[in-house]
Structures are given as structure tokens and as C-alpha cells.
Design a protein. Structure first.
Length: 334
């Protein structure tokens, strides 16, 4: 498929999805009223719709788009680094570390759009630093297989740490706060969280687009990339740092939401090929679109209750993950 047409289609679909996300919910808002509320023209009987649109729906939909945008970018980086369609922010334990960091901040009695992203980023960064250290070979290079194995092990450890924090806060109001992060959701979205998420997502997208050519060069191996003027180790550190920041901030704002960083980059790679100059913006848009619709489904599937967003994404992501395992797992010589 032609990359420009795909990007144009995704851009239009993103706009449609944002409008639809504002309309869909326990109280359906027709598109005319949604636009009127968006621009503050609601009056009389429509005043409540203005409040719903501007104070509830709009920040939630925009935050959901940015969270999906960021997770998908992080997954694109991981898959490009490890040349593995099964790679995602969860493979290196980034999401587990970020969740544990956010849970630790809550357990200490802090919270909000500043403390939570900081705690999540610190947790994710600790995991990545440990994984990087463990995966270093004696020659000073980093083993991709070692990164994945260390990430799985440390991700399990930090998941256990989150479970421990749930245990020690049992019977406390902080328990429900931590449970929110472990299940994922956008019910507490606000303009403040959106303000914390926007600069991180925008900066991450810009940096990844600027180094997309260098990321392409890594497909040639370290020696091939070096001959093209790329410093592989330094580039890996930069990409892991950006991917960690994007995933950690997404976790801090919306909790643990799985499979977005796995499914959308891989689907875009199948459609557009491995060129990251096109893949980075396409995967980012697709991730935002996917999460907006997943959140809309979470709001209306079991009214008046709201499904945790992580459950909805798992329903879509697990079958796709199993499909990848079935079709992409290499044969082991007998």
C-alpha cells in the first residue's frame, strides 16, 4: 500500500475517532450537540451536554489517544531494536517497573499528574538500567536475547513488588488507587493529566522520527550500521530511554494497558513494511485510534458499570499474540 495514502487515511480516521469518542458513552451526545458543547454554545437544556463534552469526554478521549499513541511508539522502538514482532514495552519489564513505581508513589501517599509520572518513569528506568547491565557481554556489547530474558525476569520481579504493595495497603483507600493502575483505565482523565502527557508524547514522536533512518540501519546489524555512520550502542541507549519515557508516562496516566504496543506496530509493519520513516507516524496514529475505540467499548459494554480498559485491550490483544506465536515462532531444529 502507498504510505502517503495510509497516513492520510489514518489521519482522517483519527479525527473521526476523536469525534465518535466524544459522542459515545452512557449518555449519547449527537454530533451536532457534541460540536456545540465543544465550542461552548450549549444553553438551557443542552448545558449539561456542554459540561459532559468539555469537562469529561474531551479530556478523556484526548488522553486515551495520547496513551495509545505513546504505547504504540514504544512498541515500534522495541520491535525495531530487537527485530522481533513479539517485542513490546512489556518485554523489557518497562511497564511492570513503571506500574511498581506508580504504586510505590501512591503507597507513600503521593499522587497527581506530577508525582505519578515521576514515580512511573523512575520505576521503568530502574528496570531498563538493570536489564541493560545484565545483558552486557564481556566484550562490552549488548545481547538482544539477554535483554529480552533479563526483561522478562525483572518484569516478573516488579510485578511481585506491585502485588506486595497491594497486600500492605489492604483495607486502605490506597488499595483502590493501586488497583486502578494494575487494571488500566481512563476514568480519572483530566486536563491536568493531559497536560502532563502531551509534551512527552510530542517530544518522543519528534525524536523517533528524527532517528528513524538510524533505526533502519540497525536492521543491518551492528557492523553494517557502523559502516553507515551509526553508533549502535549509543543509539540503543537513546531509543531505550525514549521508549521507557513514553511507556512510563502512559502507565502513570492510565495504568497498565497491555497489547497496544504489540498489536498496532506489527499490523502497520505488515501493511507498510519495515521503513521506520513511515512506520513511526503510522503506528502512533493507529495506536491512538485503537485505544480511543477500546475505551468507548469499555464505557458502554456493561452499563452502568465501566470495564477496565486493560481487560478490553487484552480481549483483542491475546488472540493476536497467539496468532503471532503460531505463525512467527521459528522452528527449533530436532
Amino acid at each position: 500500500m502507498k504510505p502517503r495514502l495510509v497516513l492520510l487515511f489514518l489521519s482522517l480516521l483519527a479525527l473521526v475517532s476523536l469525534v465518535a469518542g466524544v459522542m459515545i458513552g452512557p449518555v449519547f451526545v449527537p454530533w451536532r450537540e457534541a460540536l456545540a458543547g465543544l465550542f461552548g454554545h450549549g444553553a438551557g437544556g443542552e448545558a449539561f451536554q456542554t459540561v459532559i463534552v468539555r469537562q469529561v469526554r474531551l479530556p478523556r478521549v484526548l488522553l486515551g489517544f495520547l496513551v495509545g499513541f505513546s504505547l504504540s511508539l514504544s512498541g515500534t522502538v522495541m520491535q525495531g531494536l530487537f527485530h522481533n514482532p513479539l517485542a513490546s514495552p512489556y518485554v523489557l519489564g518497562v511497564a511492570s517497573g513503571a506500574t511498581a513505581g506508580a504504586a510505590g508513589v501512591i503507597a507513600l501517599g503521593f499522587g497527581g499528574p506530577v508525582a505519578l509520572p515521576v514515580g512511573a518513569f523512575l520505576g521503568g528506568s530502574v528496570v531498563v538500567a538493570l536489564v541493560w547491565r545484565i545483558a552486557r557481554t564481556r566484550s562490552g556489547r549488548t545481547s538482544p536475547l539477554g535483554l529480552i530474558l533479563a526483561g522478562v525476569a525483572l518484569g516478573t520481579l516488579f510485578t511481585a513488588l506491585t502485588s506486595f504493595l497491594l497486600f500492605v495497603t489492604a483495607g486502605d483507600r490506597r488499595l483502590s488507587e493501586i488497583l486502578f493502575w494494575t487494571m488500566g483505565g481512563l476514568s480519572r482523565a483530566s486536563w491536568r493529566y493531559l497536560g502532563a502527557m502531551l509534551p512527552v508524547a510530542a517530544a518522543g514522536a519528534v525524536v523517533l522520527q528524527l532517528v528513524s533512518r538510524e533505526l533502519n540501519a540497525l536492521a543491518l546489524g551492528d557492523e553494517g550500521a557502523f559502516h553507515l555512520g551509526v553508533a549502535p550502542e549509543r543509539l540503543r541507549r537513546l531509543l531505550l530511554g525514549v521508549g521507557t519515557l513514553l511507556a512510563s508516562t502512559a502507565v502513570a496516566c492510565a495504568g497498565t494497558i497491555g497489547f497496544v504496543g504489540l498489536v498496532t506496530p506489527h499490523v502497520m509493519r505488515l501493511l507498510l513494511g519495515p521503513d521506520h520513516r513511515v512506520l513511526v507516524p503510522a503506528a502512533a496514529l493507529a495506536g491512538g485510534i485503537f485505544l480511543v475505540w477500546a475505551d468507548a467499548l469499555a464505557r458502554v459494554a456493561m452499563q452502568p458499570a465501566e470495564l477496565p480498559l486493560g481487560i478490553v485491550t487484552a480481549f483483542f490483544g491475546v488472540p493476536f499474540f497467539l496468532y503471532l506465536l503460531r505463525t512467527r515462532l521459528p522452528e527449533v531444529p530436532g
